[in-house]
Write a protein that binds this ligand. Sequence first.
Ligand SMILES: [Zn+2]
Length: 70
Amino acid sequence: MADNADRAAEQQGVIENALLLHRPRPPRRQVSGNDCLACGKEIPAQRLAVLPNACLCVACQEDAERTMGQ
Ligand SMILES: [Zn+2]
């Protein structure tokens, strides 16, 4: 009986791992007002003029770059 229980638990773990691996990424947010994805503040128009695809405000972008640089 113990073997069956172990096997069931093992299968459950495999299924959960598969679900995690195949979980779709959240869609990239498309909004008319360009808000920072990290803090929700509006991204300044000057920044969007330089970086039309910017999805982070200056502060959060700097944070992200600092984090990635480590
Ligand atoms: Zn931000």
